[in-house]
Design a protein around this ligand. Sequence first.
Ligand SMILES: *Cc1c(COP(=O)(O)O)cnc(C)c1O
Length: 710
Amino acid sequence: MIPIPDRISRLLELAHNLWWSWHPEARDLFQTLDNPLWKSSGHNPVKQLQEMSPERLRQAAADPVFLRLHDSVLTAFDADTKGDDTWFHKTNSGLLRGPIAYFSMEFAIHNSLPIYAGGLGILAGDICKEASDLGLPLVGVGFMYPQGYFHQRITPDGWQKELYEQLNFDETPIEQLFLPGRNKLMVEVPVGDKRLYVSAWRVRIGRVNLYLLDTNVEENSLQDRLLSSRLYVADQETRLQQEIVLGVAGVKVLRALGINPEVWHANEGHPGFMMLERIREKLETGTPMAEAIGSVQANTVFTTHTPVPAGHDIFPAELVEKYFAASWQQLGIDRDQFLQLGRRDGKLDPTFNMTILALKMSNRRNGVSRLHGMVSRRMWHVLWPEASEESVPISHITNGIHLCTWVAPEMATLFKKYLGPEWLQKQDEEEIWAHVNEMPDEELWEVRNLLKHKLMAVIFNRFQRGWANGEMTADQVIATGALFHPDYLTLGFVRRFVEYKRPGLIFRDIQRLKRIITDPSRPVQIVFAGKSHPADTPAKHLLHQVYQLAGSRDFHGRIIFIEDYDMHMSRYLVSGVDVWLNTPRRLWEASGTSGMKASINGVPHLSVRDGWWHEGYKNTNGWAIGGDLEDRALEDEADSRALYRLLEEEIVPCFYDRDRAGVPHRWVQIVKEAIRTVAPLFCTRRMMKEYTNDMYMPAAASPRESIHVD
Ligand SMILES: *Cc1c(COP(=O)(O)O)cnc(C)c1O
């Protein structure tokens, strides 16, 4: 580590708090410090600072312009991470004795910490950032995967290849946790008949700490050291072991740190063993089973994300028994009593269902959109057979996005100008967004075009590099955007490749699509991006088909595929295309959030009326496809026809309807409506206030959990 001059030594602290990632001034600070290194480090200031020359650091420490920016960023940083001028302090001060512990298998904070796969992680990351902004005391618990999720490459013939890169922890914004006395913090977890040792890392996200568990310690066998290396392994037993680590070691690490949460929140069923561990703690101190369960339920919150039965995390009962039976028997709980926690009452399923466990062990449960709440109540009616479907105790809190993270800086500048400098503080107030209508069409349209050009520059840069390095064939260069044109109407289909999202829907009638795309006076382009799960063979075939069509001459190079969709690429895509396309099979998408990101950047959503769009669509702010068909074949046919019709009759004509200066006023009106109606409702500000008021505070007010510390 090179010495940093005293005057600017807090840069190190700033680099190690991902607060900088959602504050444009702080990003500017690192960029100003050394632009080439900022870029080559992949916007990772921890790495950047390690590589900087002492000479340049000395210069910066003596540069009044740099110092002015530096001081203003640090003042904001201190106010945001330490001050008590926060929403939570004003509304709920003194009402919580311990933090909210938020458990999730993945967290997406920034690309320099690639420990996420998709939407579930994005939500978890956005929740941490918003908790920090609101001053809500929250700690996260997750996994430190040294290889994270894979990087995607597409072979010349269109097959996905998965590349795993080993993270260099020294260049990652994480800190190893130590106990007083400089011993590594380590907890011990019984996993079946062996003991596993788990250490932990801390990530700072503003005022929120995220603790990441790690099994890669010398005390473990080689196999166990690799346990936490990758996200979403296919092997069931490894996955069960990972979930034991997340749930059981997660609780133990918090206890070892002296953190005693008042509310425990599970993001999806994966962290369900956290609930069992807390019951076990109580049994160990002699609390009877029923009472132990009751007190854990009282302050546990569970968010379910999966609207389809096949998506739930289910293990063979004998596997769960193998890992838990012995220790629970010692506590006087017999096998059936134990396995019943993950099963429907009175059923002798041969399985243990993590969603059922979490539903049973929490008193507050929610789906992630209004429609998904309804679907969840229907799906889990079996657990509350005596209740009517509407009164099944699962509510909903619709997802949102962290505005600061997802709004393009150019768009934020416009918001500041027309909504006022307080726009971020008031982001969840619908009234301030009415000012969007005061933006001159020309000015907004210019920003839209600028963002589109920025996306094109990123796309061009990729294939230019690929071609120059000899990594791409000419066909690949075409299939990744060489013939793209920044003025053409551009649709984005950017999401995880999985069958229910129907990436192939738009290709159902190839001739009709060809006519739309290749219309010489009103051309259309489509950019595809997304990973498929390494074990999902049908999804890989879908990706292959799309890639083949992208390369086909028939579409004039106007359908392309961008590899390795991640948070970084996502920021360019959600702000850089013209229309955000989403075609899930209806009732299969719990919420979706990418359409929210697009809408707030002035990219209207064209989607099946599913997930959040069921409540977000307002006739004037985008386009909706689809009714209530149950028959799959009919649904595909009807939805694809609706899609073509919207494109042919509404979207394409509207986009190309220009005044003399080339401004599409009707289109810009839809853009404004998308921003105005989506931003205040589908932001994490609104969402986290709901979690706080409707879930966390009532859970905290429930009979106190008796805290046991060993
Ligand atoms: C927002 C986002 C998602 C979630 O998008 P949906 O398709 O709406 O579920 C997934 N991956 C990345 C990288 C994202 O930025």
